[in-house]
Structures are given as C-alpha cells and as structure tokens.
Design a protein around this ligand. Structure first.
Ligand code: 26W
Length: 765
C-alpha cells in the first residue's frame, strides 16, 4: 500500500498546526518527529483497522521482551513513503537523518527480544495475522557507559521523545488480581507494518496503574497508609525490564510482571469472546498462543482458571489449552530454565497455583511416567509445564533442537515424540539489509531485481553474477566502514582507520559466548607484534556488549577488554597495526551501523551453548564471513554457504562434552607460552586491576573445582589458527568472493521463512 504524497503532506501540516501551533518551516526536530509519525499513523489507520477485523484465526505472540529498536525509519520504509517524506522534509530545510537522535525502544535484552520484533514485521509482510502481547516497561534495558573501564548503568528513558507510534486504549483496560493487590492494566497498541503489505499486526503492551486514581480522602481513614502503598506497587510492576539474559533470578517483582502480562492479555481476549457470544470451547478455532520461552508460561494455568470461572470443566479448559498453546525454547542453559518456588506462587496467585497442581495430577494420571514432573520438591518447573500442555514445542536451530531431543527434554520426547520440532530462527531482511545497507541493497536490485525483498531465497540468483559485483561490493563496504569509523570517533573518541580490517563481536556479554577468547587472541597479537614475532594486516577489534548488572564475571570481562584497548591503542609501536574498541551502549541502532561495516563476524560460543544466534545471520546477509564454532545456526550457515567459505574452529558438541569430563586447563597453558603470557596480564600488573576482578577472571579459567567451564583455553590454539588464516586471506579476490557467496546464500535465514513455517506447522494459519 502506498500513500498519496499529497494526502500525507496535508495530514502532517494539520497535525503540526493543531498539536504544536507550528508549520513545516518552523517545527523543531521533536515536533517534526511526532507529527510525521502521527501523520503516518493516521494515514495507515484504515488499513490497520481492516487487518484487525478480517475474521481470520490469529496468533498471539506472548513475550516478556520486544526489542523493537527505532520505529520511524522502518515504518516509513515498510509503508513505502520514506523517500517522499525525506524529500518533503528537505524542501523545508530538514533532514530525515535528524531522527537518529530518537531513542530506541529497547524493551528486550538480546536475541529473544529482537527475534520477536523481526517475527512481527515478517508476519505483517507475509500477511500472517500475528499480534504481540507484552509489557510496556517504563524503562527499557539500561544505558551503558564506561568509567575507568567499568560498566555503569543508567535508566533508559525510551519515552523521552514521546511515543507517537502507540495508542492508549482505555476501553480495553482490565483488572489483574494478585492475592495482595489489584492492578489496572491499560494497553498501548502499536501497529506493525509489513513491507508493501496490507496486513498490519498489533503490538499490545500493557501498562500497570492503580485501580483507583489516588484518593486524598483516604488520608482521613485508617486505611490511608495501605492505600497509598498499593498505588505505589501497582505502578512499580512495569517500572523496568529485568536486565538478565539467560540467568533466572527468582524475584517476586519479576513473577508479578509475568502474571500481570498474561492475565491482562487473556482477560481482555476472553472478554471480547464473550461480547461476541462465542462458545469458549471453540477458542482454538480463532486463536492460538506462542509462548516465547518460559517467561509467559503462566498463561497456561491462567487460561485454565479463567475458562473454569466461565463455566467450562477442567477437562474442557485443558482441551482448549492443549489446542491453543505452543512453546519456543531459546536456551539449554540450566540457569535460564525458569523455576518458581511453590510457596511464592501459592502466596501471590493461589488460584493459578491450584491449576498448576491440577496439571501435575493430570500428567501423573495420563502418563504414569515417574520421570515427568511439573512440580517437584516444592519447585514449579515452568518449561515442564509448557512441555506438558503445549501442542508443539520448538527449538530455534537444528543443532539446538537435536540437543533438546537427545538431552534436555529427552524424557518428554519419549512420551510425546511428535511434539518437538525445529524452526530455525530468521531475521527480517528489511531492517537488516534494505534499511541498514541501502547501497548494497541497490547493487543487488540492479543484478536480480527487487523480489528478494520479500523472497530472500532469490538471493541465490546472484551466484552467477558475483565476480562482476566484486568491485562495487568492496567500495560499498569501504564506505560503510568509513561511516562507522566516524561514528565511533564521535561516540567513543577512538580512532580506527577505515582501511583496517574490522573484526567484530557484538552480542550480550556471557561467559559461554566467550568474549574472553577473543580478548586473549587480541593480547596474543599484541605481544606478537610488540616482540616482532608476528605480523598481521592492520586490524580493528570491535566489541559491543552489555553485561547483566549482577553478573560479576561478565563485568570483569568488560573491564579486561577495556584495559586491553587502553594498552593497545596507547602503544605507538603497536597501534599502527592494531586498534581495540569496546563501543558503549550497543543496541539495535548501533547494530545497524556495525553489521554493514564488518569484515569478520565473530560467533565463537562454546559448541552446544548458543541456541541459534541471530547476529550471525545479520552479518552473513551483509556479506561478512563467519569466524566461528560449530554451534547454533552457524552449522546451518556452513551448510548453506559452505564451510570452506567461512572460518570454523574449535571443539564440536561431542568433543566439548567428552573434554569437559576430565579437563585440566593448566596443562594446556603450560604447553603454550603465548597463551600463558596473555593470561598473565590479568594477574601480573600489565593491566590495572583496582578491584581484583581480573584476578577472579583468571582464577575462573585456571583453578578451582571445574575451571574454564566454557573451554576458552581448550579452543584457544585452534581459534588462533583460524583467525590467522582469515587475516592472511583478507583482501584477496578469493576472500571477497567468500563474502559475496555468504550473502548470496543467506536466503534461508529470512524471518519470512521462519514465520511461514510457524504458521504452517504450528499455528495452522
Ligand atoms: C530468566 C532469564 C532469562 C532471560 C532471557 C532466560 C533466558 C532468556 C533468553 C532465552 C535469552 C535469549 O535471548 N536467548 C537467545 O535467543 C535467541 C533467539 O532464539 C537465540 O538466537 C540465542 O542463541 C539465545 O541465546
């Protein structure tokens, strides 16, 4: 669908006049941003409305996280008006680029939240009726700065520029009840546009408010104190996104958030069903629910509770749940599989806890299988609850799903062999190529036309044309690198020459992702160059990552890398050949700039740990080779693009498992002086260690009961081998062809493919 440019301009001027008493010539950035967004919303409204009311079965994607990033550029592009708007603003002396100052909506931690955002956009593009349900956190993921090399966190005021892309829908407010508190849940709806599509999805985020506006009269009564406290608690539920990624922290506020979100969503839905006089037993004909990891799994007992309150028997309600809930698992890390204390649940939401117990009883009756349980020793295992009730359970890459079947969920698989399926993750090629790398997109358009925008497998048609694209590709990559270098100079104050190789690792900071391995290799090169024992082509090692504020070791790694950066960049003997930068506040918008400018994509998790990874796909789509392990979707990247076109190293899942049993890193260190030298910087004063965190990091790798859990030391030598090979190859024609071959082989990793697979195999839409 396309707007008429004229109609858009008229609407825009109307809004500027009515809401800001100004016009196109005089409006400031903020007024313009809000008015442009509102004008687009207004023009697209009929399309949004028609999409909601088309009577088709819909899937509701329940997720505690939606990492949407910045909406405006993506929305204008998907609506097909970005060029018109740019030209219009230019006519009045404005630059669309000024909206780069608009804050990202960072209502997510990392991969899982960004995946949810990609899926919404892809579903709208492909005409699949998919809506997101989540929480409208007042503060998103913290803003990160570095001080003396340490991470500092600040509140993320993502609403600073306003939220013109959402509509508050008071009419649909509901009351969520905890044993000690009633809360008003008010939805804010954001349209999700598809690329060149008439389908518009809805992202509905719930905000918590006091049930009654504050009543000053209460001060006169005995209950005054309590009342004031209740009002305070009600707003607090949505205050902030929990900044943990892959680590379960059993906080009651987090439990409140989870229940708040699913209860509000289901109450709202059931109320609508009743208003339309539907038989609730037939709910699965009109809706299904995708549970994005365990965070929204309380939706299952909550729907059981609501349906029985509406008159269904337990068996009828259970049948509805079996047919409507599905579950995606995003991690095998034991510390991420959510478990809640029975007491906490029965205290806070007693009726919901009763339904969980009823599920446990039914499980025992149905299977008699002693290996399967939901509640054990007064702990509720949320993944098991989902495994029991969900119709389909999926992993997010072939390797990951295999591990789930063989290990993590083996007993469940034996009982329900049809339940577990794989749907490999994907990314939206609109944000991750068209929008972030328009020059490369245009080059592809010129070769094979524009069909690939919505049919990414068409990229394969590039294969015969790759040699003729080489020069342009190199030029575009060079320009993107220059832009990124300028941006990094401005934001971080560090100079990286665009002619350097850009070696990039950006992702959440976690021990299993092994940023430490990369850092140790940087030290290896540093000392090699310093002592004139080795040469590498000039390389910039670029890091970006946030550490969970309570994750000590992850924060130590940040300090480690920042001190390495200071050492390397400050050494005139070495800095002509190497630079190191850890960018601050890595987020979706930063990623857009980095992904199109990288020469090397570091995907170096210990095999078996990274469920899929999605940044690996973003780099690939932008024509970047992977330096990585056989983990997650890297395996499928190699299947598609050829292992020989990437740089693969390290233990495989099987090896890693075998090695871990009897493994002594100290022996390996003793045999490798260069590695020892790099490690010693943590304890020998080479790097400042004001707090002793580097020493702790050193110890975690070398001493104690189970040192080096993630095989950093074990994989070091092979990592160096692969990295040196890559650096040697860099710049040759063969190397650039590898980059292009990866781009041409990225078709599989479109989120369009993934959502279509969900729609066919799971949602039956
Ligand atoms: C309970 C705390 C918690 C918070 C977040 C546990 C687990 C999570 C997420 C599952 C972490 C996450 O984002 N996982 C990532 O999901 C991506 C999308 O499927 C995958 O590509 C990544 O490999 C996986 O780490």
């Amino acid at each position: 669908m396309k707007f008429r440019a004229k109609a858009f301009e008229e609407t825009l001027c109307g809004i500027l006049a009515a809401d800001y008493a100004t016009d196109l010539a005089h409006a400031n950035k903020r007024e313009l941003y809000n008015a442009v967004s509102k004008a687009a919303m207004r023009e697209a409204y009929p399309m949004w409305q028609a999409s909601k009311e088309n009577g088709r079965k819909r899937c509701k994607y329940f997720s505690a996280e939606f990492l949407m990033g910045r909406a405006i550029f993506n929305n204008l592009m998907d609506l097909g008006i970005i060029d018109d708007v740019r030209a219009l603003l230019q006519k009045y002396g404005h630059d669309l680029g000024e909206f780069e100052e608009v804050e990202d909506a960072a209502l997510g931690n990392g991969g899982l939240g960004r995946l949810a955002a990609c899926y919404l956009e892809s579903a709208a593009t492909k005409g699949i009726p998919l809506d997101g349900y989540g929480i409208r956190y007042r503060y998103g993921l913290f803003r990160q700065t570095f001080e003396q090399g340490f991470q500092h966190e600040e509140g993320d005021d993502w609403l600073k520029w306003g939220d013109p892309w959402s509509v508050r829908v008071d009419r649909d407010a509901v009351v969520v009840e905890f044993s000690d508190l009633k809360v008003r849940a008010v939805p804010y709806d954001t349209p999700v546009f598809g690329y060149g599509s008439d389908t518009v999805g809805t992202l509905r985020l719930w905000s918590s408010e006091p049930v009654q506006a504050f009543d000053f009269g209460a001060f006169n009564e005995m209950q005054g104190e309590r009342k004031a406290e209740e009002n305070f608690n009600a707003t607090k539920i949505c205050d902030v996104l929990y900044p943990n990624d892959n680590t379960m922290v059993g906080k009651i506020l987090r439990l409140r958030q989870q229940y708040f979100m699913v209860s509000a969503s289901l109450l709202d839905l059931v109320r609508k069903e009743k208003a339309e006089k539907r038989d609730l037993r037939t709910l699965p004909e009109r809706y299904c629910f995708q549970l994005n990891d365990t965070h929204p799994v309380l939706a299952i007992p909550e729907l059981l509770r609501i349906l029985q309150r509406e008159g269904l028997t337990f068996d009828e309600a259970f049948d509805v749940c079996r047919k409507s809930f599905n579950f995606t698992n995003h991690t095998i890390m034991a510390e991420a599989l959510e478990k809640w204390d029975s007491l906490a649940l029965s205290d806070l939401i007693p009726e919901v806890y009763e339904e969980i117990l009823a599920c446990q009883r039914r499980l025992t009756q149905e299977t008699g299988n002693k290996k399967l349980f939901i509640v054990r020793d007064n702990v509720v295992h949320m993944a098991n609850l989902a495994l029991y009730v969900a119709g389909k359970v999926n992993g997010v890459a072939e390797l990951h799903t295999g591990i789930l079947k063989r290990e993590t969920f083996r007993d469940w698989c034996a009982q329900y062999p049809e339940k577990l399926i794989n749907i490999t993750n994907g990314i939206t090629p609109r944000r991750w190529l068209l929008l972030n790398n328009p020059e490369l997109a245009a080059l592809i358009d010129a070769e094979i036309g524009k069909n690939w925008h919505t049919e990414l497998s068409e990229l394969a048609k590039l294969k015969p044309h790759l040699p003729s694209m080489l020069e342009d590709f190199k030029r575009i990559k060079g320009e993107n690198k220059a832009k990124l270098a300028a941006y990094i100079k401005e934001k971080e104050g560090i100079e990286i020459p665009p002619a350097f190789i850009f070696d990039v690792q950006v992702k959440r900071l976690h021990e299993y992702k092994r940023q430490t391995l990369n850092a140790l290799s940087v030290l290896y090169f540093y000392f090699g160059i310093k002592e004139k024992k080795l040469e590498i082509p000039p390389t910039a090692f670029i890091f970006g990552a946030k550490a969970a504020p309570g994750y000590y070791m992850a924060k130590a790694v940040i300090k480690f890398i920042n001190e390495i950066a200071a050492l390397v960049n400050g050494d005139p003997e070495v800095s002509p050949y190497m630079r190191v930068v850890f960018v601050q506040n890595y987020n979706v918008s930063y990623a857009e700039k980095i992904v199109c400018a990288a020469d090397i994509s570091e995907q170096i998790s210990m095999a078996g740990m990274e469920a899929s990874g999605t940044s690996n796909m973003k780099f690939m789509l932008n024509g970047t080779v992977t330096l990585g392990t056989m983990d997650g979707a890297n395996v499928e990247i190699c299947e598609e693009a050829g292992r020989e076109n990437n740089y693969i190293f390290g233990a495989t899942v099987e090896e890693a498992e075998a090695v871990s049993r009897f493994y002594c890193p100290r022996e390996l260190i003793a045999q490798n002086p260069a590695l020892e030298r790099a490690l010693n910087t943590m304890i020998d004063g080479t790097l400042p260690d004001e707090t002793g965190c580097l020493k702790k990091l050193y110890e975690s790798l070398t001493t104690g009961h189970a040192p080096d859990r993630y095989l950093v030391i074990y994989d070091f030598a092979d990592y160096i081998r692969a990295k040196e090979e890559l650096l040697r190859d860099y710049g040759s024609e063969a190397f650039w062809m590898k980059c292009l071959y990866n781009l041409a082989s990225a078709g599989k990793f479109s989120a369009d493919r993934s959502v279509c697979a969900y729609a066919e195999q799971i949602w039956k839409i």
